[in-house]
Ligand binder design. Sequence first.
Ligand code: G6P
Length: 458
Amino acid sequence: MAAPILVASNRGPVSYSAREDGTFDTKRGGGGLVSGLSAIGPDAGALWVCSALSDDDREAVRRGVAEPGVRMLDIDAAVHADAYNGIANSVLWFVHHLLYQTPLEPVFGTEFRRQWAAYENYNRAFAEALAAEAAPGAAVLVQDYHLALVPGMLRALRDDLRIGHFSHTPWAPVDYFRMLPDDIAEQLLHGMLGADRLGFLTRRWADAFEACCAAVVGGTGGTRIGVHGLGADADFLRERAHRDDVDERMAALREQIGGPERRTVVRVDRTELSKNIVRGLHAYRQLLEDRPEWRERVVHIAFAYPSRQDLAVYRDYTAEVARVADDINSTFGTPGWTPVILHVKDDFARSLAAYRLADVALVNPIRDGMNLVAKEVPVVSDEGCALVLSREAGAYEELGEDAVVVNPYDVTGTAAALHTALCMPQDERAERTKRLAAAATALPPEQWFLEQLRALDD
Ligand code: G6P
């Protein structure tokens, strides 16, 4: 059946793992898009086109395993690796998050050109699948930097479709974006401008995109641009955060913290270069150095879940996070006090437990499209949580007024902000948390999704 609404993204809503007996376990993912799609109802005939991301996924596709409403593309593993690890995560992600160490990188030579060809093939596979599955006049919502060329390619195949593209990342400033070779920069922008409408998480990223278009391709043509600040899903989070497994994890965390009078600084991230976890640890160390009164009285709960471990720079960063955490513990720890509790095993129930009991949440990315942790913590916090927030996170536009705002590079400033947040009186913390929760839930995922669908029709 041809689909009237399609979503396309690299990472889809399901993943498979092979069981011993040759059948497959299906794991459903969460996230804004999944709950957004649920808004249009199970009978709407929507289709989610995504990529197989592992050998087990590819095997499941080959054996005909398919979840209703999901089409997983079995793209050659080497092509996918070059497109995803090579271009999407090592070039486009780096450009939009300003992650290059520019004296030595980037190097756009033959290796890059080879990977770029894979990125084109990967995008073409999506465009062809979407063209084949879409009903006449269907709405297609393409997601993120992995699929920047899809709108233009799809437009060439199917002129009848209404095509949207949404960027979940920041957008690079013009001078940084122009590190890309001119022909590549043009191709990327033309690819996206093939859409009827482009969506961004904040005005700042939309403006940066328009500035790049003006500088590189002379403007945005007829493509409309909109801002949709994805919010937290309050109903889901509040219900999920009060199930038994979360209560159990709260009890376990309290035991690790050791003593009800101890304050907690919580962070929850993918172990991601842009999340600035190492500087966050340095700031916490400086707090303990500059303000010895906090020793034994505060614990930093840092959840840093492994991410993109195919890339050496991510593996090195993961090791550095563990090294710095260990170093703080061996410098300051005492028999009854572990200053940093680092957990690396992804456990959503434990993340929610930490959200509920946090006195301070540390969200200090170098740069972040939105940052949903900053929006989720105030929604589930039991007694109010002070938010230390980077001004470079998209969430700053909506939450800045009630957060303790930091420049993410300023470790001394971040240490001072942690102190301010830890000292915030309980009633002020509770008041701010209420206002933060209201701002954080202004555009829940379902509405976020429907808004984009409606805007495509305008
Ligand atoms: C960011 C991107 C998403 C991506 C997610 C996890 O939020 O905007 O598109 O899915 O990171 O990264 P991964 O590489 O594991 O899919």
